[in-house]
Design a binder for this molecule. Sequence first.
Ligand code: LLP
Length: 409
Amino acid sequence: MQLSEQNTYTIQGIDPIRLTETYGSPLYVYDGATIRRKVAELQHAFSGVNMKIKFACKANTNLSILRLMREIGVELDVVSPGEFEMGKLAGYEGNQITFTPSGVPFSEVKTAVEAGAIVNVDSLPLLEWFGQTYGNTKPCLIRIKPNVAAGGNIKIMTAHADSKFGISVLLLDQILEIVKKYDIKIIGLHQHTGSDIKDAEPFLQVADILFETAKHFPDLEIIDLGGGFKVSYLPGDAVTDMELLGNKISERFKNFCSEYGRELQLWFEPGKFLVSESGYLLVTTTVVKEDPARNFVHVDSGLNHLIRPMMYGSYHHILNVSNPSGEEKPYNVVGYICETDTFATDRNLPEVRQGDTLAFLNAGAYGFSMSSNYNARFRPAEVLVDNGQEKLIRRRENLEDLLTSQEGL
Ligand code: LLP
């Protein structure tokens, strides 16, 4: 969101308050230009190697966002049959989609593989089943757990020894035994360290572990280093230095390829990095409560629409779009759900009045996709602003949506 010379906020020249008047509040708005910029940034950082981006679409599964990704050459990483079908609906071919399950029923893997997806095998029992079922007729990747702890908080770390994800690198002998027994065609090694990782060091550490492990697999085509790059959650926040990371990983990757004796593809599967900063959750202030202990700002939203602050203690920057130059005061910004759904504590904001529009930043990743109907509330509409044009890409839910799958009406 940009602050214009007239001291008003705009998204590609469009007034966000007017968007809430047209499409209702609360409202998710995505800026397509930011998505395009982030994709270009990642491509630029790794331009020296054969790199492919697979959008981890759990971050945002709106079909229009998936179509935009496809248009700009980004492929998909999915974790469920639902995400896989959305990828297909967005126009992806099965083989442009990687299925990265986490202990799912093998029937789900079968459906995905038979529809052309490439699977990241995440357990020894699944590897055994894969071998028995497909022998060497279908390729797959193996998800390695490198036993490296990194990420913004423990809930979003996925590669430490205690994490449920992947096959521990310490079980390499057993992996190799099963691969040999069924002659399984392993075309890639995969790992995902976690989310919100700022420093290059953990990425380099896991890359080295994967390169070392790769020496045991002669037919690899792909090394997939997952996602997890840290984005900016407030102005001036420290983020992953992509150019530095790109240079360091590319150099190591090139050395690995020449040692391995073949050109491989380097895959990344970011979610947050591509879409977090593109999204805004616009809400309206319902009540300003001047309590002796705190000033509370209630908004027409809650943990049902943006759960990250309550689930992870995540910081989301808030703008008072209606009163950018108001005098700053501390507020607790809270939701309307019948739970303690606090978005921000003691946050300095330009004076907030009833009816003001607030914008939560970084709402493009794990915002709508983690939303729910708790308290029988409807999920918001979503709007994409791209090439200067706004488009409603999901209508607001209504009572019928809540009732449609229920019996006894
Ligand atoms: N690849 C795999 C296998 C993953 O499990 C994930 C995220 C990603 C890629 C993308 O990670 P990213 O680039 O978005 O950090 N809901 C949490 C984040 C959980 C991420 C789960 N896996 C949050 O809102 O912070």
